[in-house]
Design a protein. Structure first.
Ligand SMILES: CC(C)(COP(=O)(O)OP(=O)(O)OC[C@H]1O[C@@H](n2cnc3c(N)ncnc32)[C@H](O)[C@@H]1OP(=O)(O)O)[C@@H](O)C(=O)NCCC(=O)NCCS
Length: 165
């Protein structure tokens, strides 16, 4: 089935929320404890778009199977050429090349926006995401040990970086 990568529309919010909340409850991919409401998630996405950052979705057979976005890495002005991104694919659709299409598109958009570098902040238990990013040339540039605490254990944040040409 063909996968379409396109910009986010409001109608995609519920599918994105379902993916996010599943990961909050079942994984360390997100460091939140509490699931989000529809309105909270919609506001998060709209804020990014209002700042001219992209939010994209992967559509498969009429369903949103994944999404990706980036926004400020940190807020001080000199960080303005650096963004932190995220890519999430519904677990029923892992391993079908959807994440790859999403991250490829985010890299293309970041280059078009004349950004300089992209950062992924990945929980160290999420080795799959580390290997996924390595396929795109991201390098591990640091590990912030015991920076998160969830499910009664300390979590370590792996910072991976891609310098854009
Ligand atoms: C990480 C994630 C986005 C990958 O999406 P996906 O659609 O399953 O990945 P793809 O099928 O597009 O795989 C692309 C490449 O990454 C590799 N890859 C993907 N998942 C992998 C895993 N768990 N372990 C090792 N390699 C992996 C694939 O083998 C593939 O390599 P290839 O191009 O040489 O064939 C997805 O597993 C996910 O949503 N995870 C939960 C959320 C998350 O961790 N997001 C990242 C935080 S920024």
């Amino acid at each position: 089935m063909k996968i379409y990568i396109r910009p986010y529309q409001t109608e995609d919010t519920q599918a994105i929320l379902d993916i996010i909340n599943h990961n909050i409850l079942n994984s360390t991919a997100l460091y939140d404890y509490k699931i989000r409401s529809y309105e909270q998630q919609k506001a998060i996405l709209e804020e990014k778009i209002s700042k001219n950052f992209p939010v994209i979705v992967a559509e498969l057979g009429g369903n949103v199977a994944g999404f990706g976005m980036y926004s400020e890495f940190r807020f001080r002005e000199a960080y303005k050429f650096t963004v932190e991104h995220s890519v999430y694919v519904n677990e029923n659709f892992h391993g079908q090349g959807i994440g790859k299409l999403l991250l490829q598109e985010l890299i293309t958009l970041a280059k078009q926006q004349k950004l300089h570098t992209m950062i992924a902040v990945i929980d160290s238990e999420n080795q799959g995401s580390v290997e996924f990013h390595e396929k795109f040339g991201f390098k591990t540039v640091g590990i912030i040990k015991e920076s998160g605490y969830k499910f009664n254990r300390w979590l370590h944040s792996v910072f991976m970086q891609l310098i854009l040409e």
